[in-house]
Design a protein around this ligand. Sequence first.
Ligand code: AMP
Length: 438
Amino acid sequence: MRRDMLQPVRGMRDLMPEEASMLRFIEGNARRLAELYGYEEVITPIIEHYELLAAKIGEENKKRMYVFEDLGGRKVALRPEFTASIARLVATKMATAPKPIRLFSFGSLYRYDEPQLGRYREFWQANYELIGSGRPEADAEILLLTNDFLKGLGLRNYIIKVNHVGILRGILGGEGISEDGQNTIMQALDKKNWDEAINLAERLGASERCIRILGYLIDIRGYDKSEFISKVEEAVKGYPEAVSALTNFKEIINLLEKAGVKIQFYFEAGFARGLEYYTGMIFEAYVPELDIAICGGGRYDKLIESFGGGMVPAVGVAFGVDRMMLAMEKQSISIPGSQKEKVLVIPLSNELLAEAIRLVSVLRENGIPSEIEVMGRTLSRALSDASRRNITHAVIIGLKEKSEGKVVLRYMGDKVQEEIRIEDLPVKIRFKSSPHGG
Ligand code: AMP
């Protein structure tokens, strides 16, 4: 085998035990949150028809899909996001389900992105979609859920960058720029190519006044809500669709404010997102230690309709689990360690092996995580390895003790031990402290 074949494929990673437990810790939080908010889990396939996944994902993202033909000649792709699969479900199997529908998914996604810190070709998301309501309280719920998730992980000083795509689209549409034209401009904005976006608008026929407004709008950003709103209000005059988008945006933010929810918003009028199906409020969250978004979401009212599912408004959020892991690491947030006891059973000779196997089975039946010494090491070596691996109790089986129906229980932390009856072992391990009171 060539040596480089022993490395994971570029952009793919092995999650080693510590990373895997971090990922599962975040998954556990994601599930609890889903339950608290009433989101039910659906598990959709990793492979979908290319056409479904490519339909509304935007030109840039389309180029980054893992596309292939399966053995039946179907053009398929690995999912680059959950939203298309969820929209497919809602347009088909759930078409007659009563609204609202709240769906949660957790799993891996695939994008041929350029690998770098926090950007991988296989990554994980926790995804929440609230389907069937176009009302501001639905957008507010998704923002609240986002804040609860980040706060619940112990993350600090994060901001949620928000905007409403209806503001820019309202202006561009008011100038007669087609949806496709608007999409290319939004893509440029997503990449922070402000000048390119304005040049594009100019080429697509935007008026001189509009170009001036766009230049002004793109610069409006900051933490002050009132200042942001009054500046945008000024900019959107004469574009009725943009005015109503701003009104909708104000309703969402004001609702949270009135409810007393404390979220650190950062308002940015030139902020757009790569996925082109967004129709309303959009957002991303950032921690100061990382300049990449840890989650992103927004309202998409036309996607389900475009899959033939009727006019079903929806809003959702996707959390980048890998980036949450990075953010937690940067902020030195560790996951709560297991408080549980962990036992190593050491037979002192080969003839006691069967007894050791019997004993670990009893302990496991009692719900006590127990391992058996399988390396045939001497007692002292087995014990020093046990300390290294955070074993809390060693159970040492010797011939003499066995003949008396006893074993030696060693409390690893206190480095003390006592002889106890085998039948008392589970209770002793679970409930009693060491004889030295540890
Ligand atoms: P998106 O579906 O593009 O809105 O992405 C939602 C979230 O998924 C982002 O905010 C990231 O946290 C995460 N994400 C997107 N692409 C990647 C990637 N290539 N590697 C790791 N995380 C990603």
